[in-house]
Design a protein around this ligand. Structure first.
Ligand SMILES: Cn1c(O)c(C(=O)NCC(=O)O)c(=O)c2ccccc21
Ligand SMILES: [Mn+2]
Length: 230
């Protein structure tokens, strides 16, 4: 029920985010809805809707599979066959909106589309990175995992900035992880030896997002001016 979800947010998520910078909850949707989401993601994978993750700059002679095996698709939730994913996104939206007002003076008015990701279990993972290293507006990363119960590898390891410990979080079925997207949370996906599914949504800090858009506009204008002078 919605009440229990907002209480969950208040009692669990907010204190953890403020003290550790990340937090996960298990059993977010429950078995029935959780399985429906997993079924829709598996069907997207089976029907070839997930494409190879782009390489930053393709390295000649190195086969893509060896570096990046993740396959992704961006969904709004309105697509046919994404009804359960849409239900998940609405629930996460509600959770985040309850959190937003209590995470300092952050206004969260927009989010990314959902990135449906699959690691095919060939040992591929994702190198250590920060989601938002340069103030692109992303405030919170949410990762909804539903790996099969037998997870071989594929652990998400977070290296909380300035802390002496790391956090190893398995993408278990119906688990939602939330963490600050900025430099506080460098993280990696360790090599996965079984098919690993996850849905990621990023929530924007409206102020930071507006400034990032302005910087990008100024940069574009500057480049156009430079081009017209060349
Ligand atoms: C496929 N994939 C990712 O898995 C993560 C990521 O950090 N995942 C964490 C996780 O799945 O636990 C990313 O951050 C990411 C960023 C851009 C493109 C693809 C990406
Ligand atoms: Mn990431």
């Amino acid at each position: 029920t919605p009440l229990s979800h907002s209480r969950l947010a208040l009692e669990r998520l907010i204190p953890a985010l403020l003290s550790h910078g990340f937090c996960y909850v298990d059993g977010l949707l429950g078995d029935l809805a959780g399985s429906a989401v997993l079924d829709q993601v598996v069907e997207m994978h089976r029907s070839g809707q997930l494409q190879d993750g782009r390489l930053a700059g393709s390295i000649p002679g190195v086969s893509r599979k060896s570096i990046r095996g993740d396959q992704i698709a961006w969904v709004s939730g309105a697509e046919r066959g994404c009804e359960a994913i849409s239900f998940l996104l609405n629930l996460i939206d509600r959770l985040i909106s309850v959190c937003a007002s209590r995470l300092g003076d952050k206004a969260i008015r927009e989010r990314s589309k959902a990135m449906v990701a699959c690691y095919p279990g060939n040992g591929a993972g994702y190198v250590k990175h920060v989601d938002n290293p340069n103030r692109d507006g992303r405030l919170l990363s949410t990762v909804y995992g539903h790996d099969g119960l037998n997870t071989h590898g594929g652990v998400l390891r977070i290296f909380p900035e300035g802390k002496s410990y790391v956090a190893d979080i398995k993408p278990l079925f119906d688990r939602l992880l939330i963490f600050w997207s900025d430099r506080r949370n460098p993280h990696e996906v360790q090599p996965s030896y079984s098919t690993r599914y996850a849905i990621t949504v990023w929530y924007f800090d409206s102020e930071e997002r507006a400034q990032a858009k302005k910087r990008f506009r100024d940069l574009t204008v500057k480049q156009e001016n430079q081009l017209s002078r060349d």
